[in-house]
Write a protein that binds this ligand. Sequence first.
Ligand SMILES: C[S@@+](CC[C@H](N)C(=O)[O-])C[C@H]1O[C@@H](n2cnc3c(N)ncnc32)[C@H](O)[C@@H]1O
Length: 210
Amino acid sequence: MKMKILRSAVAWAFVAMVILTATVIQPADSYYWDTLFPFERVMDELALKRGQVVADIGCQEGFLTFDLAHRVGPNSIVYAVDIDPAVLAVVTTESERMQLRQIRVIHSDPKDPMLPAGELDVAIIANAYHEMRFPAEMLSATRRALRQRGQLAIIERDAEDGHPRDNYYELHKVPKPVVVREARKAGFTYIREVRPVRQGDFYFLIFKNL
Ligand SMILES: C[S@@+](CC[C@H](N)C(=O)[O-])C[C@H]1O[C@@H](n2cnc3c(N)ncnc32)[C@H](O)[C@@H]1O
């Protein structure tokens, strides 16, 4: 009887562990990568090359970071930036496991990605802009981190325009015109929109620091 209870406890512990691992490691809401903007397509549209310096701002557990690191190669830098130390711990562990020494983790400030000035070729903010409490400060600081002609990519879920700005934080989405307005105000030049692979509620905008 005792053996049966023990076996059952072990089985339940295993199930709990599998569920926990899936919850921690899997992105909660990242269907947009697979169905709308596959990593390769995002990197191709940005013409990302070996040796380029890139930042994944709001990287979470690094869903995009590792692919970026493979694309730019070992003699480059991928800054993995987030305000949440718990997700960055996952990025650090995974980078070490995969020996991707080009990944540099930055535990940033909500107003500042804390990136070195004028170094980046590309900055990507994917499904994270809506979470930023200080979007104007974040965009200005990101622009300072870019080289001249460096690109900013924003991938975000679309929303209806015209709500008070703070509402978009609660809604977890930001209208395209709001992003374009705010990026222009921070000094970026709007270049173009990349169409998703199929119809969806996320958009992908490219700006430049001209
Ligand atoms: C939904 S996740 C995005 C995940 C990832 N970029 C992707 O698309 O797979 C949003 C992330 O943005 C981070 N974040 C929120 N505000 C931020 C800020 N001001 N600077 C940097 N990261 C921020 C959160 O901690 C969270 O990890």
